[in-house]
Design a protein around this ligand. Structure first.
Ligand code: TXA
Ligand code: MG
Length: 317
């Protein structure tokens, strides 16, 4: 199959594994909530960790996030290459909310592998892509690794040979006043500091070999400002309802159904969009119906528990 076929699959909302210079990525249309939900489903992620959106260059990144001078300098030096930049989403950013786990920031990277670049160009949109392995497994650096762990879960695996870098990109947060290293990776701290001066290192990064074992735990997570009540089977008059499945209680001020058919992939695709939609003036609390604890339901419930546990001060942790 060709790049054109792969690009067509991406545009149709399907998943394609693709080579980058760091590791193989599990790619889906970053602007399509449903495609992004499929990524989490295929990975078997217990949580919705925010994903990297892959672009061709800084020009494309500027259409997705609030670019700044530091980003300019770093992109000039490292892109295309193994450096991921976290920046605030622009208002109306086309990136799916699920791809950024509902956060106000987005991680962007321009990969150096020619096949990745050809795919992004042909798809004509940013491609969301975590490493193409089942959750908890080692990141794949050859097409065979992807076939072993995800073979039956992707429509197509583009074989671009072994990855040159072999470990994931460095993740640098530029949304904070001091640039902060969130994940060590293919671009070294020294090389980054040579371009922009001293950076901070996230407290969450343990020293030594365990450094790359818990990447997803570093990011803060979106939580609504309104209190969230879980496993709701009845409704109070001041509540908005996040429903699931064919039978939802009546009487809510506003109801949005994650999936009237009870489809967990559809529910995941709608989760952050609907939570945000219900988290607005007029609604005092948000009640959430029980979600089955199977498949993507685990990740959905994980996010909902975090949303319910939040103190509600600023909607962020
Ligand atoms: O080399 C790589 O980065 C590979 C290739 C395929 O590009 N991708 C990769 O993706 O390793 P993933 O999903 O396994 O790791 C993405 C990392 C995670 O540590 C995640 O927490 C962080 O990026 N991240 C993504 N969006 C973020 C955000 N908005 N704020 C903070 N961290 C974010
Ligand atoms: Mg990974």
């Amino acid at each position: 199959m060709s790049i054109a076929d792969a690009a067509r699959l991406i545009r149709e909302g399907e998943l394609v594994a693709f080579p980058t210079e760091t590791v193989y990525g599990l790619g889906g249309d970053a602007t399509n909530e449903r495609a992004v939900a499929k990524i989490f489903e295929a990975k078997g992620r217990p949580q919705f960790n925010p994903l990297i959106s892959h672009v061709l260059d800084a020009g494309e990144a500027k259409r997705l996030v609030q670019w700044n001078e530091t980003a300019d300098k770093l992109a000039a030096r490292f892109w295309p290459g193994p450096l991921t930049l976290v920046l605030p989403r622009i208002k109306g950013s086309p990136i799916a909310l699920l791809a950024t786990a509902g956060l106000d920031t987005a991680a962007i990277r321009a990969p150096a592998h020619p096949m990745a670049q050809a795919l992004i160009r042909a798809a004509g949109r940013p491609i969301a892509g975590p490493s193409a392995n089942r959750s908890g497994a080692v990141s794949p650096t050859r097409a065979e690794h992807v076939a072993e762990s995800l073979g039956d879960r992707v429509k197509l695996i583009l074989d671009g040979g072994p990855c040159e870098v072999g470990l994931e990109s460095t993740v640098l947060d530029l949304s904070t006043s001091t640039p902060t290293l969130l994940r060590p990776g293919g671009a070294t701290r020294e090389a980054i500091e040579a371009v922009i001066g001293p950076i901070a290192v996230s407290d969450a990064i343990p020293s030594g070999d365990s450094a790359r074992k818990s990447p997803g735990q570093l990011a803060s997570h979106y939580a609504p400002a309104r209190p969230v009540r879980l496993n709701a089977t009845n409704i109070a008059a001041d509540e908005a309802l996040l429903a699931f499945g064919p039978q939802s209680p009546s009487g809510a001020r506003q109801t949005l159904n994650l999936s009237p058919n009870g489809d967990l992939t559809e529910a995941a695709a709608n989760l952050f969009t609907y939570l945000r939609a219900l988290d607005q003036a007029g609604n005092v609390r948000i009640a959430v119906m029980p979600i089955p604890q199977t498949g993507l339901g685990l990740a959905i419930n994980d996010r909902l528990r975090r949303a319910a546990a939040d103190d509600g001060t600023d909607g962020r942790r």
